[in-house]
Design a protein around this ligand. Structure first.
Ligand code: NDP
Length: 314
């Protein structure tokens, strides 16, 4: 065997709550899992601040600390955690072949995909400037910190409506910044938004920039851009929530795995089984609905148990 090859009974791709939980279970089942961390070690939670809704932390925990704890728990049972990103797979053979960005090719009896999803951002430089200081892509994670304040939600889909409704019960006022003259969300969600007195819809509106001394204080908006009705104005806000969709990190699996039209992996029933025997998935990569750390952790457990059962049959 050369330096650039390896074998494992169980290869886990991704280091969010799903990947690390799968690693905890797979290690304790003596599968000697190898886990590749991916582009963002620790996953989406490493860019949030306080996590108050993960069971077992009555005082709350920071996102990075929670991920560090999960990682240490996996390492305690011998999980082999490595830096590296998957650049290609061949799921047409058994053992399954997975190529890492340093050129290593791992042949694995089973693979657990836990590569997560990435929130879409508008691409404004100010979004990263105020990240964690008013800019968020998750109302259920961060909404609580805006109790009694004024916030804006960007987007006009079901997620944006859901986030705006959630925030409207916490914040004093919620703006929805919608680029079209109408919402894209389902009628029932639209009606719920229209019925809320403290949600103000700003149609035909885009965000040009954000401002604030240290923390976010407001947004520069443009209405009817490029028409003779074009108008620029500012709103004063403490929070700016992106809800313009998520993208599951599945590009590398496209030729092999069944996905829905948005790219989320399709699983068989309530299992973690994909359409390829021995390939399992857990967490946001296969979950367009809940997107919660605790749900992803549960799914990671499920995938490891499914892998263990599958390997017992080999
Ligand atoms: P969607 O793709 O449905 O909506 C994205 C929204 O963001 C659209 O209003 C879109 O505008 C807007 N948008 C996209 N890019 C930009 C941009 N650069 N600037 C400004 N606005 C932008 O994504 P969702 O996350 O809302 O939903 C994904 C899927 O999940 C959908 O199928 C949805 O129905 C489903 N879902 C269902 C829920 C439920 O049933 N309760 C809850 C959440 C999601 P435009 O309309 O102009 O394209």
């Amino acid at each position: 065997m050369t330096m650039n090859e390896g074998t494992t009974r169980c290869l886990i791709i991704g280091s969010g709550p799903a990947g690390y939980t799968a690693a905890i279970y797979a290690s304790r089942a003596n599968l000697n899992p190898v886990l590749y961390e991916g582009i963002q070690p620790g996953g989406q939670l490493t860019i949030t601040t306080e996590v108050e809704n993960f069971p077992g932390y009555p005082e709350g925990v920071t996102g990075p600390q929670l991920m560090e704890d999960l990682r240490r728990q996996a390492e305690r049972f011998g999980a082999d955690i490595r830096r590296g990103t998957v650049t290609g797979v061949d799921f047409g053979v058994h053992p399954l072949l997975v190529t890492i960005d340093d050129g290593t090719v791992i042949s694995a009896d089973s693979v657990i995909i836990a590569t997560g999803a990435t929130a879409r951002f508008l691409g404004l430089p100010d979004e990263s400037k105020y990240s964690g200081m008013g800019v968020s892509a998750c109302a259920t994670c961060d909404g609580f910190f805006y109790r009694g304040r004024t916030v804006a939600v960007v987007g006009g889909g079901d997620t944006a409506c859901e986030e705006a409704l959630y925030l409207s019960n916490i914040a004093k006022k919620v703006y929805m910044i919608v680029r079209k003259p109408h919402l894209r969300a389902s009628k029932v969600m639209q009606q719920r938004v229209f019925d809320k007195e403290n949600i103000e819809l700003l149609f035909n509106t885009n965000t040009e920039g954000l401002f604030g001394e240290e923390f976010l204080e407001g947004a520069h908006l443009i209405e009817h851009a490029g028409t003779d009705q074009e108008r620029r104005h500012d709103i004063l806000i403490d929070g700016f929530f992106l809800a313009i969709g998520h993208k599951p990190n599945t590009d590398v699996f496209k030729p092999w795995l069944e996905m829905d039209e948005a790219g989320y992996l399709k699983l068989e029933g309530v299992t973690s089984q994909t359409n390829i025997p021995g390939v399992f998935a857990a967490g946001d990569v296969a979950d367009p609905h809940y997107r919660q750390a605790v749900v992803a952790a549960g799914a990671g457990c499920r995938a490891a148990l499914d892998a263990e059962r599958y390997l017992g049959l080999l």
